[in-house]
Design a binder for this molecule. Structure first.
Ligand SMILES: Nc1ncnc2c1ncn2[C@@H]1O[C@H](COP(=O)(O)OP(=O)(O)OP(=O)(O)O)[C@@H](O)[C@H]1O
Ligand SMILES: [Mg+2]
Length: 471
C-alpha cells in the first residue's frame, strides 16, 4: 500500500475498462491506486486501507451508488470523495453534495482532466503534495506571468510578490473570495528558493476542527481512539518548503497558539507525542476575513495576527480594477480554447461592455466560470449577448442591495400562527439549496447569489448537514 508521502486513491468507476484506464493515467504520476468493481468491494478496501481520495461512479449498472456514498462518508469522514456522473444533473449534484461528496462532475475523458480533478480534490484537503517531478513539469505555470493584470493595484501586488518571494518572511494574503489569493501564494513559493521542496496547502476552514490538529502536526500511534498508526502532519511534510495556511481566520483558538510556536520557534510535537520536531518551513497565510476586527472581537489571537502580518499583501476585488477585465477575458478565452481544443472565440462589444460593468461579487473566479460556460455553449465564433446570464444584461437585476426580496414568493401567515424561527430556518434552507442548484454546487457562486461571504455559507451548510467542499 501507499508509503508515507504517497497519495492513495480508491477507484470505483462505472466499468472495469474505466477503472483500468484511470489506473493507467494515475499510476505513472505516482499515485497508489486500488480499484473496486462493486460497492461491497470498495467498502472492504476502504476498511483495510487508508485512502486520501475516492473517485466513484454515480451509478454502477442500474444501481445508484448514493447509499454507498453515505456509508463511506460516515465511516471515513477524512476521505475526500468525488462522484463521477455519466450524465451530470443538478439534482444529482445536490444529492451527492448533500451526502457529503466533495465534488460531482462528469467522468474525465483524458489524463489531463483526471489529474486536474484529482489535484483539485486533494488541494481541498490540503493534500497537495506534489512530487518534485510534477512540480518541474508545472514549470512556469505559477509564475506571476500567469496572474493576469496590469491595473495599478495589481502592479503593486506583483511588486510585493517579487520583493518577498526570495525572503523567508511570513506573508499574509488578504482579499475577498475569488480574487486570486491562492495564485499569489503559489507565485511566491515558486519564485522562492524553496521551489524544489513541497508547497503544502492546508485549507483550515474545510477540515473539521477536531481533525485539524492531527492534520497539521500529525499524531503518534495510539494518541486517541482510531489513531492506529503514526501519522505525519502537514508541517512535517513541507520540510524545506512552504506551508500555505488558507482561510487562516477559521483556525480554532486552541490551535492558534501552536501555530504561533511553529512560526516563532519552528518546533512542535505530534499529537500524543513528546518528541519535539524541528521544521525548516516558510509560512504563507490567506484569509477573506477582516482579521484585525476578529482580533478586536477577541476571537483571533493578537500575537498570532502580528506574527502573520509581517508582510501583508492585499489582493483587490475585481470591481476595483475593472481595467483588468478585458485582459482577464482574453486570458481565459485563450486558456479554455486550448484546454478544450476549441477554436479561439471572441466577445462581442456588448458582451465585453456588460462584463466590464458588472460588479463581480465572486471576483475573478466568477468571471472565469462564466467565460468557461460561454466558451462551451456559444455556437458562433463571436460570443454574443444571448450567452449572458440575465443578471449581466440588466445591471439592476444583479444587485442584491435591496435583498432581492421582490423576487421571493408571497408568504402566508397560517390562521393558527407559526413558529417564526422554524419557518425562517426552513426558508433559509430552501434558498441555500436553490442557490446551490443554480450555481451547480459552486459555493462561491451560491454565496454571491445570497449576498453572503463563502465562509458564512459554508457554516450555514454545515449546520444544515451539507458537507463542505471547495468551489
Ligand atoms: N489575476 C488572475 N489571473 C488569472 N487567473 C486568476 C487571477 N485571479 C484569480 N484567477 C483564477 O480565479 C480563480 C480563483 O482564484 P483563487 O483560488 O486564487 O482565489 P482566492 O482568493 O484564493 O479565493 P477564495 O478566497 O475563494 O479561496 C482561480 O481559478 C484562479 O486561477
Ligand atoms: Mg483560496
Amino acid at each position: 500500500m501507499a508509503e508515507q508521502g504517497q497519495i492513495s486513491i480508491l477507484l470505483m468507476a462505472r466499468t472495469k475498462a474505466q477503472n483500468k484506464q484511470f489506473t493507467a493515467w494515475l499510476e505513472p504520476e505516482g499515485f497508489v491506486v486500488s480499484a473496486a468493481a462493486t460497492a461491497e468491494e470498495a467498502l472492504a478496501l476502504a476498511d483495510a486501507n487508508y485512502f486520501d481520495l475516492v473517485l466513484m461512479a454515480q451509478r454502477l449498472g442500474s444501481k445508484d451508488t448514493g447509499p454507498f456514498l453515505e456509508r463511506l462518508v460516515e465511516l471515513f469522514p477524512e476521505t475526500v470523495v468525488s462522484v463521477l456522473a455519466a450524465e451530470p444533473r443538478v439534482e444529482g449534484a445536490v444529492a451527492a453534495l448533500r451526502k457529503g461528496a466533495f465534488d460531482y462532475l462528469p467522468a474525465p475523458e483524458s489524463q489531463k482532466e483526471l489529474l486536474a480533478l484529482v489535484t483539485d480534490a486533494l488541494a481541498f484537503r490540503g493534500q497537495r503534495r506534489e512530487s518534485v517531478g510534477q512540480r518541474r513539469r508545472a514549470g512556469g505555470k505559477y509564475d506571476v506571468e500567469n496572474i493576469a493584470g496590469q491595473s495599478q493595484p495589481m502592479q503593486e501586488v506583483f511588486r510585493l510578490i517579487h520583493k518577498v518571494a526570495p525572503t523567508d518572511s511570513t506573508v499574509l494574503i488578504l482579499g475577498e473570495s475569488g480574487t486570486g489569493k491562492e495564485l499569489v501564494a503559489r507565485a511566491i513559493h515558486y519564485q522562492s528558493s524553496r521551489k524544489d521542496f513541497p508547497l503544502v496547502t492546508v485549507n483550515c476552514g474545510a477540515i473539521p476542527s477536531e481533525l485539524l490538529e492531527s492534520e497539521l502536526f500529525g499524531h503518534e500511534k495510539g494518541a486517541f481512539t482510531g489513531a492506529v498508526r503514526t501519522r505525519v502532519g502537514r508541517f512535517e511534510m513541507a520540510q524545506g518548503g512552504t506551508v500555505f495556511l488558507d482561510e487562516i481566520g477559521d483556525m480554532p483558538p486552541m490551535l492558534q497558539v501552536k501555530i504561533l510556536r511553529v512560526l516563532q520557534e519552528h518546533q512542535f510535537e505530534r499529537v500524543g507525542g513528546t518528541r519535539t520536531i524541528d521544521v525548516d518551513i516558510r509560512v504563507l497565510a490567506a484569509t477573506n476575513q477582516d482579521l484585525a476586527a476578529r482580533v478586536a472581537a477577541g476571537d483571533f489571537r493578537e500575537d498570532l495576527f502580528y506574527r502573520l502580518n509581517v508582510v501583508p499583501i492585499q489582493v483587490p476585488p475585481l470591481r476595483e480594477r475593472r481595467s483588468d477585465i478585458p485582459l482577464l477575458c482574453e486570458h481565459f478565452l485563450e486558456r479554455f480554447a486550448q484546454q478544450k481544443g476549441l477554436e479561439l472565440k471572441t466577445l462581442s462589444p456588448e458582451v465585453a461592455e456588460a462584463l466590464t460593468r458588472y460588479d463581480w461579487p465572486g471576483n475573478v473566479r466568477e468571471l472565469e466560470n462564466l467565460l468557461e460556460r460561454m466558451v462551451v455553449l456559444a455556437e458562433d465564433e463571436v460570443i454574443g449577448s444571448d450567452s449572458l446570464p440575465p443578471k449581466l444584461l440588466d445591471p439592476a437585476a444583479g444587485e442584491l442591495t435591496n435583498g432581492g426580496l421582490e423576487e421571493l414568493p408571497e408568504v402566508e401567515l397560517p390562521p393558527q400562527g407559526l413558529n417564526l424561527k422554524a419557518a425562517v430556518d426552513q426558508m433559509e434552507r430552501k434558498l441555500i439549496l436553490k442557490a446551490l442548484q443554480r450555481s451547480g454546487g459552486n459555493k462561491t457562486q451560491a454565496a454571491a447569489l445570497l449576498g453572503l461571504n463563502r465562509t458564512t455559507l459554508v457554516e450555514k451548510m454545515k449546520k444544515m448537514g451539507l458537507t463542505s467542499g471547495r468551489g
